[in-house]
Design a protein around this ligand. Structure first.
Ligand code: GLU
Length: 311
């Protein structure tokens, strides 16, 4: 339970090495929580064990420690939490329509599939009203995922950096997946269950996840969880506009072979507008001068002094 204290978190998926953008997220989540006198916690989102090689989580935790962005709570691993996700789906199914969907990837991505505002597939509800007989038949050859029916309703929230964000779930994604056909909980569900479980009061993460937030708010409502504050921070981009990736070339370890942790943090803090010049800084120093009103909201091109190392 939360006793009024701010709890922020960094929730990396250990599918590869961290890049400078991941560190920026961790730093911002840390600064936002710590400057409010709160706690910063780290959660490893290794739902998809096959995509998350064992050493990657260890690598992330070691790096965070090295950078002084240490978790104030024991690390939890999503791969250990499947019972909690099953219980959450049961709870959601008691207040909303959760149904089996047998559609294949190819069927979902067919050229005729409806698309949302950004070109993403909107689930058309094909399996929503399957008869009992049809479902029994389908189960013989396909393993279903579970989808949550969404209302034709706009979900709005005020992002701490991006301002108001609105999305109509039915129009932009349609009924979405809570449990994948391989039985693993979907990211959208697990993240909400765990933020609730860990008493997270603020979610600071990259802009690429802002369009997931309305789905997460909706799940949180169905589960009766308090809604955290959200702040979506700019993505770090290369000069040509590409995002950084977790491939070896963008690996933060490469950066740290040439820069001290303080140089890296100072550079990132400067890129975000927290300090005017990129001077070496510790996380603890940055907490003292962190001022949310100075933050940049738009995308950031990788700072010049890092370019040689990450391009
Ligand atoms: N695990 C997600 C990722 O690494 C982030 C989840 C979140 O911050 O909500 O992209």
């Amino acid at each position: 339970m939360n006793d009024g204290i701010t709890v922020g978190r960094f929730a990396p998926t250990p599918s590869g090495y961290m890049h400078a953008g991941n560190i920026l997220c961790a730093l911002m989540a840390y600064l936002s929580a710590k400057s409010a006198g709160g706690k910063f916690i780290v959660r490893i989102e290794d739902l998809d064990k096959l995509r998350c090689p064992e050493p990657a989580a260890r690598d992330i935790l070691e790096l965070l420690d090295f950078l002084g962005l240490k978790s104030d709570a024991e690390i939890i691993y999503q791969s250990d939490r499947s019972d909690a996700y099953i219980a959450a789906i049961d709870k959601i199914a008691s207040v909303a329509n959760v149904y089996e969907c047998f559609c294949t990837r190819a069927e979902l991505h067919a050229a005729t599939a409806p698309r949302g505002e950004y070109g993403e597939v909107v689930y058309s509800g094909t399996c929503k009203n399957l008869s009992f007989k049809k479902k029994c038949e389908m189960r013989k050859t396909r393993r279903p995922c579970l989808r949550l029916e969404v209302p034709n309703e706009t979900i709005a929230f005020v992002d701490g950096l991006q301002g108001e964000y609105r999305q109509n779930l039915a129009e932009s994604c349609g009924d979405f997946i809570l449990r994948r056909s391989d039985g693993v909980a979907a990211y959208q569900l697990a993240v909400v269950v765990d933020d609730g479980f860990q008493g997270v009061t603020e979610v600071v993460r990259g802009m690429d996840l802002i369009s997931s937030t309305p789905r997460q708010i909706y799940i949180g409502k169905l589960l009766g969880l308090p809604q955290p504050r959200y702040m979506h921070i700019p993505l770090l981009k290369r000069a040509n506009g590409d995002k950084l990736s977790k491939s070896a070339g963008d690996n933060v370890r490469n950066l740290l072979a040439r820069h001290t942790p303080e140089e890296l943090l100072g550079t990132l803090a400067c890129a975000m507008g927290i300090i005017a010049e990129p001077r070496p800084s510790t996380a603890a120093e940055l907490v003292k001068i962190y001022d949310k009103t100075k933050l940049r909201a738009d995308n950031i091109t990788v700072p010049e002094n890092l370019i040689d190392d990450i391009l």
